[in-house]
Design a protein. Sequence first.
Length: 238
Amino acid sequence: MAKIISMTDVKKIYAMGEQQVQALRGISFEVEQGEFLSIMGPSGSGKSTCMNMIGCLDRPSSGVVSICGKQTALMSENELSVLRNRTIGFVFQQYHLLPAMTVLENAMLPLRYQKIEKSLRRDMALEALEKVGLSDRIKHFPSELSGGQKQRVAIARATVTKPSIILADEPTGALDSTTGEQVLELFGKINEGGTTIVIVTHDPRIGKATRRCIHIFDGLIKNDEKITPIPFKEAMKR
Ligand code: ADP
C-alpha cells in the first residue's frame, strides 16, 4: 500500500526573540491510505505543529515530510496550497464556517479554487451535504444550526473535493458526547470509502476509538500503537 503521509525525523523550532522553542524534536511515522488514526497528547505537546506539517500549512525546520509522495520542504507556497486543496480536507473544533454564506455556499467553497463549472460545484456540494444528512438545511445560515449540524456542514465542506486525507483538529471538542459520537460515526463512514482520517485530539476517548493512536509528548512520539478500537458509542460514554 502507498504511504500517504511520511514523516522522517521531523523537527520544528520556533524562534521567540532570543529564545528557541522546540515544538517537534524528531518525530517519524508513516500512514497508509485508508488508515483511521488519532494523534493524541496534552496541551503544548506539539499536536498542532504536527497537524500543520501534515496539512501542508507549515514546513519542518529539518527532517522530511512527504504527503502523497511529495516532499513539502521542496515546494513553493503556491504548490503547497494546490497540494492542500486537492489532497486534504480540514475539520476544526470551532467549525470555521463563513457566517454570511448559506450551508450550500459553505459546502461549495473549496471547489471555488478548482476549475469546475458552477452547476457541477453545486451538484457536488449537494451530494456531500446529502451524505452528512443535511439536504433539508441547504438554505440555512450557520447561525441557524446546532453545533452538531455545523460540524456536519464542515465535514461536507471537507469532503466535497473528495480528498485523500481528512485532517480533523479536536472535531468533537465543542460537542456533547452524543453529538460527538455521531460526528465520529460519520468519520467512520467516510473512512470506509477509503479516505484516510487523522484526528488530532487531547481526548483519550477518541484515542481508544481509532484503530491506531500516536501519542505525542514534549515534541516526541511516546507511543505508536495499533489497537482494537472500542465502538464510538461506548468510547464517548466513558
Ligand atoms: P499542542 O497543539 O499539542 O497544544 P503546539 O504544537 O501548539 O502544541 O505547541 C508545541 C510547543 O510549541 C508549545 O510549547 C508552544 O508554545 C510552541 N509553539 C507553537 N506554535 C508556536 C509559534 N508560532 N511560535 C512560538 N512557539 C510556538
